[in-house]
Structures are given as C-alpha cells and as structure tokens.
Design a protein around this ligand. Structure first.
Ligand SMILES: [Zn+2]
Length: 303
C-alpha cells in the first residue's frame, strides 16, 4: 500500500515535469491590409493564427472581415510614433496629441477594423515609452472591450503602468519572427517561440505577411510538438502569470535608429537584439521542489 502511494507520488512528479514542457503559443501577423495575396495565405492557416490590421490600409475593412469570417482573431494594428525617422502611416499617435485626438483616431480605427477584440502597436518606440501618451491611449481604449498587446518595440514601454486604473488588459510580445526575412532566421525564431512557450507556459510571437514568413509558417506549423497548443492572444488573458501586470520582462537593448528610407508598408520596428527571458516558471519551481523533497528521494531510491 505504502509502495503504491510512493509510486503515485513519483508519477505525479513526472506528470508535473511533463506539464512544464507543455505550452500555449499565440502567433499574430501584423501590418495586414496592404498585401491581400500574402494575407489570404495567412487566413488559410489554422484559425488560431491571428491578424493585426492597419486601420488606414487600403484593404483594412475587407481583410478584417475576411479574417473574422474565416475564424481568425482580429486586432487593430494602431500606428504609434517611433523614435527613428521613418515614413509614417496616416493618424500615427504621438505623445503630444490631445486626449480628444487620440480618442478620434481610436474611434476611426475601430470603425475601419471590424470584429477587432484587441489592439497592438505598429512601431511606437517613442509613443509607448511615454507614460502620459500611453495613458491617453489606455483611457481611449477603456471605452472599448479591447485588450492591448504590447508589441514591445522598446524596453521601457509604459503600457502596463498606463493601463492601471483602467479595465484594459495588457499582453506582451515575446518573439519577433522576421526581424530578418531570411528563411533560416525565421525558422530559428519560430523554434525560439516554441521553446519559450514550453519553458514558460506561453509565448506570443509576432510576424509579418512577408513571403518567407508565410512559407516558414506553412512548413513549420504542421510540425509543432504535440504538447504545444496554438491559441489566440485573447486566450492568454486569464493566464495566472501572464496578465501583463505580473509578468516580469527583462529590459532589452535600446533600439537602434534606422535610416529614413521608404519601407512600404510600414516596418513595425527597427531591428534589435533578442529579448532575454526570465528563467522562472511556477511549474518548474514546483517540480524542482518536489524533486528535492525527502519523499521524492525516498521513492527514487526504490528504483
Ligand atoms: Zn507593424
């Protein structure tokens, strides 16, 4: 009897260590609304792949509607001012704008991108690092039932503190899939997102409708490990450790200014080094404490 109990404890701890490698992966494709040919390929991918639509893009309304009708989650990809000189989308938010102006732009964006359940920033290193600027964004967002996915285009984004006192829930991007559009680099980033999801329980990756990104996703999505579940970002809002306010995010290096050449249709952010990741995870901690417990050691000695 005692033996059985010990074996059951051992099995529980083994399950616990397996659970630490299961994870949820959310993938969002940004900058949608300019390239229907590539974007339609994204809409043929699993429904959990989500799209973020630029509200003033020529195909914004059409692509948001198509995405929703084909079962994909839709986000508004709201242009926000970068630190570097770049061609800007119409109605790009700046910290200097009045609350009324921010509210007007938000209202237009909601009208132009039907079915959106969330919003993330296009570029935005200057805007998201401004607490007063982001407070205006969160106040405006508070009138809609939209979550905010921080694209994390700068380390000191103020999205989380700015959301305090509002109902807006904040999520954070962990991996950019295609900072480099080289196929091997995109593959590596995809694998990195999977590993983060396994290690930390979840990860959010952002990519763009570049032909190589589409190709890599088409190739790699069917090869996802069985314990990885593709989810929509909204499915991560209730994750106990990942609601944005309690997720520790280590700073990344400051963004490098990029040359002000034309890059249609909008580059989300300048290139920069990968984000280091906190090495803590609740399940891993529990698993570790179980493996160090006298009972675990005693059970282990039976085998
Ligand atoms: Zn973008």
């Amino acid at each position: 009897m005692l033996q059985l109990r010990k074996i059951s404890v051992l099995l529980s701890s083994l399950l616990l260590s397996y659970a630490a490698h299961a994870g949820k992966l959310a993938i969002v494709i940004d900058d949608v609304g300019y390239r229907p040919a590539e974007e339609n390929k994204v809409l043929q991918m699993p429904q959990a792949i989500s799209v973020a639509v630029l509200p003033n893009a020529p195909h914004a309304h059409e692509m948001a509607t198509k995405a929703h009708q084909s079962g994909h989650e839709v986000l508004i990809h709201l242009p926000m001012a970068p630190l570097s000189q770049q061609p800007l989308e119409k109605d790009t938010l700046t910290p200097e704008m009045s609350s009324e102006e921010v509210a007007r732009i938000m209202r237009n964006a909601v009208n132009n991108v039907p079915y959106a359940v969330g919003l993330n920033n296009h570029m935005g290193s200057r805007m998201t690092s401004s607490l007063p600027g982001m407070q205006k964004v969160m106040q405006a967002l508070n009138h809609y039932n939209l979550y905010f996915l921080d694209s994390m285009t700068i380390a000191n984004s103020q999205a989380v503190p700015a959301a305090q006192g509002t109902q807006v829930e904040v999520l954070k991007r962990r991996v950019f899939l295609d900072d480099s559009q080289d196929v091997n680099a995109i593959r590596q980033q995809f694998s990195r997102a999977v590993k983060l999801a396994q290690r930390d329980g979840y990860a959010i990756a952002i990519g763009h409708p570049h032909p190589n990104t589409v190709r890599v996703l088409q190739q790699m999505l069917p090869t996802l490990p069985a314990e990885i579940t593709l989810v929509r970002p909204s499915q991560l809002l209730n994750e106990p450790l990942h609601n944005g306010t309690r997720t520790p995010v280590k700073p990344v290096s400051p963004t490098k200014p990029v040359s002000p050449r034309f890059q249609p249709p909008g580059l989300c952010k300048p290139k920069r080094p990968l984000t280091p990741v906190p090495a803590t995870h609740a399940l891993e901690v529990v698993g570790e404490s179980v493996s160090q417990s006298p009972m675990f050691k005693q059970v282990k000695s039976l085998f």
